[in-house]
Design a protein around this ligand. Sequence first.
Ligand SMILES: Cc1ncc(COP(=O)(O)O)c(C=O)c1O
Length: 452
Amino acid sequence: MSSAATSLAPCAERSLGEMPASLDHHWMPFTSNRDFKTDPKMFSRAKGVYYTSVAGDQVLDGSSGLFTTPAGHGRIEIAQAVYEQLLELDYTPSFTRSHPKAFALAERIAKLTPDGINRVFFVNSGSESVDTAMKIALAYHRARGEGHRTMFVSRERAYHGVNFGGVALSGMMKNRHAFGTGVPGVVHMRHTWLPENRFTKGQPENGAELADDLHRIATMVGGDNIAACFVEPIAGSTGVLVPPKGYLERLRQICDGYGILLVFDEVITGFGRTGKAFAAQSFGVTPDIMTMAKAITNGAQPMGAVAVKQEIYDTIVQQAPENAVEFFHGYTWSAHPAACAAALAALDIYDNERLFERAAQMSAYFLDAVFSLSDLPVITDIRGYGMIAGLDFAPANQPGARGHEIQKRLFDAGLHIKTTGDAGIIAPAFVAEGQQIDEMVAILRKVLSSYS
Ligand SMILES: Cc1ncc(COP(=O)(O)O)c(C=O)c1O
């Protein structure tokens, strides 16, 4: 199939995108549509750690897309693998049929996850991975005769995607506000941001005892009613809350005490962001279930996955009658051939270029650079671990208004970052050079210095 790959036109030969004739019809997700449509900021191409805007300006990608693209944009190996896959086998039904790359990819992922977590269920997004993990937890307890475990515990300020299960677990008010009561039976622990930990690089000293909220909840609702406790090892979207030292260990202990499954939502932290394959390994705490997405394909194809301990798979599968479907769940696009091809190519790049190790090595440089902004009056806190950091901006008259304005001004100055409310999140590609990190921080300093 290599001749097919030669049909891919090199990026430079393709023309810059033009501004669309109408902006009316596309309803953009998580966007101020009215604001965007009066001042559209769009990209037309990307290479390495740079986007090119429709206007032709270079914009540094300070967030690896949406934490999706640690190997940098425009990776020809991935494009080629997808192209070849689509010609060879574009689609296979995901129920009762499959294709070899789905199994090869599951095996590759099982080699990256902690020992014992070695069964992988494919989905198409982080949100689907979370809702799938909730169902797996419920099905597992039911299969072992504990169907009364129907409750979930999660955390304030958590982001677990936008499907109804994930919204119920999430702890960000705006993501819940318009959508009614949602899935019942979810109780939230406190978040782990503490004022005494402000400007801590790495894991904060204070706050391990916040994990005892799980114990308090268990003693209130009955620990044997709780199916699973979901946490992001580092709460990413809310602005990068790094777990206090000892916190995740304590959660693990409490879960074990009550027979509660511990789920790490590694949709952002997975695939090297913390300097190891998964945050579970960086923090030395093994959950029972892990969700992942985003960087699984370096962002080139939609895909997510749920990895579980073998015992969970075995319990669900073995309790079903012979030849019966064991788990009534799945998606038309689960393990889509093109997504599997992209993921295998992305994992090859991560391996060949030793990108997780590179993330670990670059981390100190990156965090020092971001923390050098601590003197700016508009910055009220900085947090960071591995290759992700969060900045809090002093709010203006309305919550989120300053974050929104800063994000637009940074774009105009040549830097794209993700903002959530009045927090900015910086998470460069692992292939970024020190000089590009310096450039990101210089743009941040220039724009943020204008706020007193
Ligand atoms: C921790 C976490 N879980 C789930 C999701 C949802 O992923 P998706 O947007 O792919 O549905 C995200 C997205 O940012 C996330 O950060």
